[in-house]
Design a protein around this ligand. Structure first.
Ligand code: BEZ
Length: 258
């Protein structure tokens, strides 16, 4: 582990073990993509490659990119027959535009959304499609608010620590149009998501995903912040001994104008 995305670090194996729902929910997004044999498809923020592999089962030629070197290393280990690249999705480019771009649970990590959409528009051929799902406005609101409240109370909060972009559907559809996509379908829906490991689930979630807030703290400060965030979110997100996170998704199907 210990590869940074800003202050975010990823433990790829632990991520696969403790957050299996990420790829599981992504299967539906693959159905929207409906990949065809021979198509060239970019998996934009591929993580450890599970959905790239799923797409490749169709006979499509998949290339996965991700900003985390550790995720890419794990993807290459798990799927050595597939093509992966360590790259920043906010700026990635190719000489050979793809037939389609796929992205699951990744675009909300790319805070420079205009650059990201511009890069995706250039990387797909006219008539090609973008099928993506990511966090929409209100996603993980209870956790974000608790992190901000607890860090602010300690005097440790800075707005730049928030690593996420959760747009409304209107904002994102406008952005897609601005950069040359026609939005064919766009939905924004809530998906309360159960975490594994009972009481420990929220601590795991924060350890895995909240590095931008926590990684610069001392061990003692970190434990204190996590404890307070767990207690502030408990009344909202703990249901009968299981943590259920307030995920909210945007899913889009857009076609690059000719
Ligand atoms: C998400 O998939 O919505 C998400 C996961 C981790 C941190 C923030 C958002």
């Amino acid at each position: 582990m210990t590869i940074q995305h800003g202050q975010q670090q990823w433990d790829a194996r632990n991520y696969d073990r403790s957050m299996p729902f990420v790829s599981a929910f992504g299967q539906e997004v693959v159905q929207w993509l409906n990949p065809q044999a021979g198509e060239r498809i970019i998996d934009w923020g591929c993580g450890t490659g599970d959905l790239s592999a799923r797409i490749a089962e169709s006979g499509a030629k998949v290339h996965g990119i991700d900003f985390s070197q550790e995720m890419i290393r794990e993807a290459m280990t798990k799927y050595p027959h597939l093509s992966f690249e360590h790259a920043d999705g906010q700026h990635w480019s190719t000489d050979l535009p793809a037939d389609a771009i796929f992205s699951n649970a990744a675009l909300h990590w790319m805070k420079d959304a205009p650059s990201t959409v511009r890069a995706m528009a250039k990387a797909v051929r006219p008539g090609g499609r973008l099928v993506a799902e990511f966090g929409g406005k209100g996603n993980i609101a209870s956790i974000s608010m608790a992190l901000e409240d607890v860090m602010t109370a300690k005097g440790w909060y800075e707005a730049s620590m928030n690593p996420w972009y959760f747009p409304s559907i209107g904002e994102y559809a406008s952005l897609l149009e601005q950069f040359g996509f026609r939005v064919m379908q766009a939905i924004h829906f809530d998906r309360p998501t159960s975490l594994q490991y009972g009481e420990q689930g929220m601590v795991n979630w924060l350890d895995t995903f909240a590095g931008s807030y926590l990684n610069h703290l001392t061990k003692e400060q970190r434990v204190n912040v996590i404890h307070n965030v767990v207690e502030q979110t408990r009344p909202h997100l703990m249901k009968e001994g299981q943590w259920v996170v307030d995920y909210s998704r945007i899913r889009v199907y857009a076609v690059r104008n000719g």
